[in-house]
Design a protein. Structure first.
Length: 346
C-alpha cells in the first residue's frame, strides 16, 4: 500500500524567510527604554541592524554569532534542512567570516508529523554543514504546532576583514550575487502551480552557500556587505543606506532576477511578506512600478550577498571574482543623501 507523500508546506502558515516579522513591527519589539549594558568587546551588537553579533577576542580575531530559523519553504524534508542551514550560515559569510560550528534549532508537531521526517531535515542540514566545512554539533528541540528548523552558527574573522552593512562610502557600486524571486516561486509552489524546472532553479539558489562572503572579507575594495533575505533587496539596501548615511540608485534592468518571474506575477503569486515589507519601508522609496515593487521587495530565503565596492576598485573587484568563476555586473550605486528618497529605481 502506497503512502501519500508528506508535503511540509501544508503544515505551516508561512514559508522560509517570508515568515519574518515585518521591519516596522520588529522596530517596536527591539525598542526599549532600558539602556543596554555596554560591552567594550562587542564590535557589532543589537544596536546595529547587521547580520550577526561580533565579539572581539582580544587577539586580532573576532567571534561571529548568529541564528536563523523558519517554517518550511519546500515540501521535501531533506531539502528544507539544506535550505534552512544554508540560510543561517549565510550570516557568517555576510560578515566576511568563516563558519566554524553549528547547533540545530528544531520545533516539530509530533502529533502531526512522524519523527522520521524530522530526521530527514537533520540529514539535509548535516549535508550543508559538511559543505561549509563545519559540524552540526548538537541542538535543541521542542514540540511545536508547526515545523520549524534552523541553526545557531558561530564563525571566526580577522577583525581587519570584518564587513558590516553600515560602512559603505559615497560612490560605492552595488553588486548582488544571486537572482531575486524565490519568494514568488515559493508562493507558486504553495498554490501547486510551480513548474518543475522553476522548482529546481529555486532549490539550487537557496541551497548554494554564500562562500564568496569569506573571499570578500579579504578584499579591501569591499566597503560594506549584507545578505538579502526576508526584507527583500529594498529592505536590506535601506538598512545599508541608513547605517552608512547614504542613498542609493538601483538600475532595475541590471538586477538579476529568475527569468520565469513574469509568468508567476501574472498569476498573482505575491508572498504576503512582500506587502509587509512594502508597508514598512515603501515610504522611503521613490515611485516604482508594480512589477518593480513585487520583485525588489520580494522576501528572499537564503538570498545572495549585497556588496558595496569602492568606486575606484570596480575593475579590480570584478577581475578578482572572475578568478573564482563568478561574473557580476553592478546593479547601482550609493550617493550622498539629499533629502529625497532613500532609494531611487531607474
Amino acid at each position: 500500500m502506497e503512502t501519500t507523500p508528506i508535503k511540509l508546506t501544508q503544515y505551516s502558515h508561512g514559508a522560509g524567510c517570508g515568515c519574518k516579522i515585518s521591519p516596522a513591527i520588529l522596530d517596536k519589539i527591539l525598542h526599549s527604554p532600558i539602556a543596554a549594558v555596554p560591552d567594550t568587546r562587542l564590535l557589532v551588537g543589537n544596536d546595529k541592524r547587521d547580520d550577526a553579533a561580533v565579539l572581539d577576542l582580544g587577539n586580532g580575531t573576532a567571534l561571529i554569532s548568529t541564528t536563523d530559523f523558519f517554517m518550511p519553504i519546500v515540501d521535501d524534508a531533506y531539502d528544507f534542512g539544506r535550505i534552512a542551514s544554508a540560510n543561517a550560515i549565510s550570516d557568517v559569510y555576510a560578515m566576511g567570516g568563516k563558519p566554524v560550528l553549528a547547533i540545530a534549532i528544531l520545533g516539530w508537531p509530533i502529533d502531526k508529523l512522524p519523527p522520521e521526517v524530522a530526521q530527514k531535515v537533520l540529514e539535509g542540514s548535516r549535508a550543508i554543514c559538511a559543505e561549509a566545512g563545519i559540524t552540526l554539533a548538537g541542538g535543541h528541540s521542542i514540540d511545536c504546532p508547526e515545523p520549524v528548523f534552523g541553526l545557531a552558527v558561530n564563525g571566526m574573522v580577522d577583525i581587519t576583514n570584518l564587513k558590516q552593512n553600515s560602512t559603505a562610502t559615497t560612490g560605492c557600486r552595488l553588486y548582488l550575487t544571486k537572482a531575486l524571486g524565490v519568494g514568488i516561486l515559493s508562493t507558486a509552489q504553495k498554490r501547486g502551480i510551480l513548474l518543475p524546472d522553476d522548482a529546481a532553479i529555486a532549490l539550487k539558489s537557496m541551497t548554494t552557500l554564500n562562500k564568496l562572503g569569506e573571499i570578500f572579507g579579504g578584499m579591501k575594495s569591499v566597503m560594506a556587505m549584507t545578505d538579502v533575505t526576508g526584507f527583500g533587496l529594498l529592505g536590506h539596501l535601506s538598512e545599508m543606506c541608513e547605517g552608512s548615511g547614504l542613498s542609493a540608485v538601483i538600475e532595475f534592468d541590471k538586477v538579476p532576477v529568475i527569468p520565469s518571474l513574469p509568468h508567476y506575477l501574472q498569476m498573482g503569486c505575491f508572498p504576503g511578506g512582500t506587502a509587509r515589507n512594502w508597508n514598512s519601508y515603501g515610504h522611503k522609496i521613490a515611485p516604482v512600478t508594480d512589477e518593480q515593487k513585487y520583485i525588489l521587495a520580494d522576501p528572499q530565503t537564503s538570498g545572495g550577498l549585497l556588496v558595496a565596492v569602492s568606486e575606484g576598485s570596480v575593475k579590480e573587484f570584478e577581475n578578482e571574482i572572475l578568478k573564482h568563476g563568478v561574473s557580476l555586473e553592478s546593479i547601482g550605486w550609493l550617493k550622498p543623501q539629499d533629502g529625497g528618497a532613500l532609494i531611487t529605481v531607474v
